[in-house]
Design a protein around this ligand. Structure first.
Ligand code: MN
Ligand code: MN
Length: 481
């Protein structure tokens, strides 16, 4: 590690890049830690992931925006599965690195000895408080949730049915192994449907997904609750990968991303949540509860701001029911600022945030107003499942998890090509190969400091954001549960 850092240092010259990257929380009205929280202690102190095992000197060194040293896993330390890790701080947009990562093998409590791996990535806006907290606690909440369904995980198919009441009439929930699998005993199930009004087959997979979704909600509530006693600044995006019983569950709330690279083919494991991708959900909320928009915003989208002089004229618009555009006559209400405004990376919800899912940010308001952003910022992740056991993997097949700092400048295809090229040249027995691949990805996205800022080999601007990357090998876990 030390030699790596020194090496990075010696090849770079000092210099600071101006804040070029518009981060999703860039209009934060209270600027992070200073929101009347000065007197409160932080919930967790700032630090880098424990597995990096940084000395205080290296921790200090890791925050040097001028040189942006690449931090990677030490040779000799090992993450579950031999997972690779590397990170680099931003070019000066915030004092500390707002990305936080954790990677642990946890055991689900109760009589079972089942275990799982979980890898987490959190990327925050305005102070890393929420991200630090989530990186310490979210995977534990997921583990605790799994503990509660442990009896079902133990013995799928033969588990005691869960009986729920709906409209007063009980119905049976049968737990079986996979959604696509034939019931082991079809007669037993049809027997159930005779006995009960309604029967729903709940797969084990969807139970695990429910645990993960619930854990994100609990995490969000916990941040809100503990804000009264601790300085927990801002909010964060969260991306979590959980391995359980032969399947990978990837849960995303925000703009981090995970892809699987199998045979140099890209399998996306996340979707990005932006004002554009979630336009209809946001507009629908504004439509149902116009009071959330104050008197300042309209849920209807127009291609541009409307002038007062255009009242009574026709203008293209779309609302929560529409994908396409149509004409409407402009009325007074349409002069309000659009709930969703701007395109691509500049798209914002209520002129404030560029991501629409995340944890925390309960206090975030529209600048100079009493309008809260949180109802629109959902903490619920989208969970995708990858069946690890049913696919064959070679040593160069991996899952890459990265924060937006990586994906802002590097496409899925470029990441896949870079990783595949790197790993194919790398000694297959080198335990560091995935960390080296992560480090290589990071250097390719950060670039090198030139006279005009951080530049990529093609002279395009490198990422000025914090960048964090996990490279997780997919082969060789067949025997693990
Ligand atoms: Mn961002
Ligand atoms: Mn970021």
């Amino acid at each position: 590690m030390i030699s790596k850092v020194k090496n990075a240092m010696s090849t770079l010259v000092g210099g600071m890049m101006p804040h070029g990257h518009h981060h999703h929380h860039n209009h934060h009205p209270c600027g992070g830690q200073t929101c009347g929280q000065d007197s409160m202690p932080p919930r967790f102190p700032y630090g880098r992931p424990d597995f990096l095992d940084l000395t205080p000197e290296l921790l200090q060194y890791s925050t040097e925006h001028a040189s942006r040293p690449v931090l990677a896993l030490k040779r000799g330390s090992r993450l579950p599965w031999g997972t690779g890790y590397a990170e680099v701080i931003n070019a000066g947009k915030s004092m500390l690195n707002e990305d936080q990562a954790s990677c642990e093998k946890l055991f689900v409590r109760k009589p079972s000895s089942k275990h799982r791996n979980s890898t987490l990535l959190e990327d925050s806006g305005d102070g890393p408080g929420a991200a630090i907290m989530a990186s310490k606690l979210l995977h534990r909440l997921i583990r605790d949730g799994l503990g509660e369904i442990c009896h079902l995980l133990e013995n799928p198919g033969h588990a005691p049915p869960i009986c729920l009441a709906k409209n007063g009439s009980p119905y049976q929930v049968e737990v079986k192994k996979g959604a696509t699998q034939e019931p082991e005993d079809p007669e037993a199930i049809s027997d159930c449907s005779i006995r009960f009004h309604m029967e729903k087959v709940v797969s084990l997979e969807s139970l695990v997904m429910g645990v993960i979704e619930t854990a994100f909600k609990q995490m969000d509530d916990l941040i809100e609750k503990e804000k009264t006693s601790y300085a927990i600044s801002g909010g964060c995006c969260a991306l979590a990968a959980i391995h359980l019983m032969g399947k990978l569950y990837v849960a995303n709330a925000g703009d981090s991303r995970a892809i699987i690279i199998r045979n140099n083919e890209v399998i996306p494991m996340t979707n990005e949540f932006t004002p554009e991708s979630e336009r209809q959900r946001l507009q629908y909320l504004g439509f149902l509860r116009p009071e959330l928009l104050g008197n300042e915003f309209t849920h209807i989208e127009f291609p541009r701001r409307i002038q007062h002089s255009e009242l009574g004229k026709k203008m293209l618009y779309r609302d929560h029911t529409m994908t396409g555009w149509a004409y409407k006559t402009i009325v007074e209400d349409d002069l309000k600022f659009p709930l969703i405004y701007g395109e691509g990376k500049k798209a914002r919800v209520m002129a404030t945030i560029g991501v629409t899912r995340g944890l925390g940010d309960h206090d975030l308001k529209v600048y100079n107003s009493n309008i809260y952003i949180k109802p629109f910022l959902s903490c619920i992740p989208e969970v995708q499942v990858y069946n690890l056991d049913e696919n064959k993997h070679g040593p160069d097949d991996v899952m890459v998890m990265g924060t937006d700092g990586l994906w802002d400048v590097t496409t899925d295809r470029e990441v896949a090509d870079a990783v595949t090229a790197y790993l194919s040249c790398c000694d297959p027995s080198d335990p560091m190969r995935y960390t080296l691949a992560a480090q290589d990805l990071l250097m390719k996205s950060r670039g090198v400091l030139k006279e005009r800022g951080w530049r990529l080999p093609n002279d395009k601007l490198g990422s000025g954001d914090d960048i964090t990357v996990f490279v997780i090998p997919l082969a060789g876990h067949e025997s693990e549960t």
